[in-house]
Design a protein around this ligand. Sequence first.
Ligand code: HEC
Ligand code: HEC
Length: 188
Amino acid sequence: MHPLKPLFSVPLLIACIAMTSAYAADPKAGAQKATVCLGCHGPQGKSSNAQWPNLAAQQPTYIANQLNAYKSGIRENPMMQSIAANLGQDDINNLAAYFASLPAASAGGDPALASSGQPKAAMCLGCHGPSATGNGQFPRLAGQHPNYLVTQLKNFKDGTRQNSQMQAIAGSLSEEDMTQLAAYFGSL
Ligand code: HEC
Ligand code: HEC
C-alpha cells in the first residue's frame, strides 16, 4: 500500500464537508423572507413586468452571486442594491434555494423574432446549458422576459454591468441580434 494514500484523503474529506455546509440552505426560510420580493418579481417568482426578471427556477448559485453583487455594488441597480443591503448570507442562500425550487415560467417571445434568434443561440448554449436552463454561475435564460434580457445584453455591451465573459460576447452582438436572441430565449 502506498504510505501517503491515507494522508491525501483527510484534506479531501474536509473539503467535501466545507462544500456541503456552504451550500446548505433552507428554502422554507427563504419562502418567508421572499414576501418582500414578490411585489416586483411576482407570486411564485413569475414577474408580470417585462423589465423585472422571473426568478422561478433560476440557478441558486447564480441568484446568490447576483444578490452579493448588488450588496457589494459590483452590479448596480438602485432598487436591488437597497434590498440586498439588508440581506445576510443565510438570507441570500435561503432566498436562492426558494426561488430555484419554484416551477419554471415562460414569458414568451415574438414568434418571428424567435425563429430568427434560434440559429444564433447555438453559441450561447455551451455556457447557459443545452436547453438554456443554466448551470451554477451561468443563469437560466429559458422563459425570461425578452425586454429584461435585451436590457442586460446592452448593459454588458456598454459596461454598466460587468462580467468579462458576457462583456466580450455582448460586444459582438448588434441590437438586432439581441432582440432576436432575447425573443428566442423568452419563448422557451
Ligand atoms: C421594487 C421592486 C423589486 C423588489 C421588491 C425586488 N426586486 Fe429583485 N429586481 C428588481 C429589478 C428591477 C431587477 C433588475 C435590475 C437590474 O437590471 O439589474 C431585479 C433583479 C433581481 C435579481 C437578478 C436576476 C437576474 O436574472 O439577474 C435577483 C436575483 C433579484 N432581483 C432578487 C430579489 C430578491 C431575492 C428580492 C427580495 C428580497 C427582490 N429581488 C426584490 C426589482 C425588485
Ligand atoms: C463563456 C460562457 C458564456 C457564453 C458563451 C454566454 N454567456 Fe451569457 N452569461 C455568462 C455568465 C457567467 C453570466 C453571469 C454573469 C454575471 O454573473 O453577472 C451570463 C449572463 C447572461 C445574461 C444575464 C441574465 C440575467 O438573468 O440577468 C444574459 C442575458 C446572457 N448571459 C445572454 C447570453 C447570450 C444571448 C449568449 C449568446 C450570444 C451568451 N449569454 C453566451 C456566460 C456566458
